[in-house]
Design a protein around this ligand. Structure first.
Ligand SMILES: *Cc1c(COP(=O)(O)O)cnc(C)c1O
Length: 360
């Protein structure tokens, strides 16, 4: 059986080179005479690994020493609670920009801990656009401004960091972290579940400004306290050791590809040709406001939704997996993260053209 092109949103495709490397050293890792899965998280070998992983992500995103880097054994959405718990810093209000289902979920969870001000919402527009900055109701007493840089389900991305006066900016970057260079110094906190662009599930990366730490709400569970995790270098509890190992292989792979700048150019090319194929046809359609189309998650519908099922069946025959859109929005979605080779996108476009010819 050949490996499929996996366009699933997450857990998502991982570079074959990374998987092969993991396979080659699965039984005996790093001269340990055992698998990394079996190694103590306090062994010198594992401690060296987590240090290396931290250094690699610092190199890739040019993260300064003003920031702590945490590898948490938690789902991405755990941060919807951990952010207010850790970053309210004595304040009672927080600003949330609502641009899709993930940011809506983040805002709802935060309401358990503070007063949430929805700065702007495009829910009534089915999250097809980002409300213009001039219409946002930013509350300057907020502890922070939260947004989701890429709405994985709705296929909409905010490409530039919003200007929100002097509010600390917190972002859920789960589905577009490492897809392009970012200026980390513009953020108070960046977090990301790993199962999209980093690789393995079971791990969440948090990059947070050190001077914001140490003021967690008293109810914060110890394992959810950023400061404790930072002070203990992500080894307060047993971390997701294998996920960290695989994430580090991905970081090294990305460095070999030329880093985030080089991969950003590839990502631009991949998404541009897929959107062009969709726009050229009257058979496929994407309704997201063009300037905010996602580079990572390309959603599209078929003009005749009766054909959805056949499209997915034929796609499966061609070894394309994971193209079904999220149940909330329907249609199709091609997630084309860093690890999706350009050849996979080319093959998908050729298949789509063929399918159109036979069914239009
Ligand atoms: C996938 C995803 C999440 C959540 O992932 P879990 O680990 O299942 O909680 C959060 N935010 C965004 C933007 C995502 O794409």
């Amino acid at each position: 059986m050949t490996r499929h092109y996996n366009f699933g949103a997450g857990p998502a495709t991982i570079s074959e080179l990374v998987l092969e490397e993991a396979q080659s050293e699965l039984l005996k890792w790093n001269g340990q005479g055992m698998s990394v899965l079996e190694c103590s998280h306090r062994s010198p070998a594992f401690m060296a690994l987590i240090e290396e992983a931290e250094q690699n992500i610092r190199d890739l995103l040019a993260i300064s020493d003003d920031y702590a880097v945490l590898f948490l054994a938690a789902p991405g959405r755990s941060q919807y609670a951990m952010v207010p718990m850790n970053l309210l810093r004595g304040k009672q209000q927080a600003d949330y920009l609502q641009t899709g289902i993930w940011s809506a979920m983040a805002a709802k969870e935060a309401q358990k801990y503070c007063d949430v001000n929805i700065v702007a919402s495009s829910e009534n527009e089915n999250y097809r656009l980002i409300q213009p900055r001039a219409s946002w109701q930013v509350n300057s007493d907020a502890a922070y401004f939260h947004y989701v840089s890429n709405e994985t389900v709705n296929g909409i991305e905010i490409h530039d960091v919003p200007e929100v006066d002097d509010l600390p900016i917190v972002t859920d970057m789960t589905s577009n972290i490492l897809s392009k260079p970012i200026d980390v110094s513009k953020f108070a906190c960046i977090y990301s579940g790993a199962q999209k662009n980093i690789g393995p599930a079971g791990l969440t990366l948090v990059i947070v400004r050190k001077d914001y730490l140490g003021q967690a709400l008293p109810i914060t569970p110890t394992v959810y306290d950023y400061k404790i995790n930072a002070d203990k270098h992500s080894l307060y509890y047993t971390p997701a050791t294998f996920s960290i190992y695989l994430a580090n292989l991905t970081f090294k792979w990305l460095k070999q590809q030329g880093g985030v700048e080089a991969i950003a150019a590839v990502n631009q090319r991949k998404s541009a040709k897929l959107y062009a194929a969709i726009d050229e046809s009257s058979f496929y359609h994407n309704s997201v406001d063009v300037p905010n189309r996602s580079i990572m998650n390309v959603i599209f519908t078929l003009a005749n939704s009766d054909l959805d099922k056949v499209f997915l069946e034929k796609a499966a025959e061609h070894n394309f997996a994971g193209l079904k859109g999220h149940r909330i929005v329907g249609g199709m979605r091609a997630s084309i993260y860093n690890a999706m080779p350009e050849a996979g996108v080319d093959a998908l476009i050729a298949f789509m053209k063929d399918f159109e010819q036979q069914n239009a």
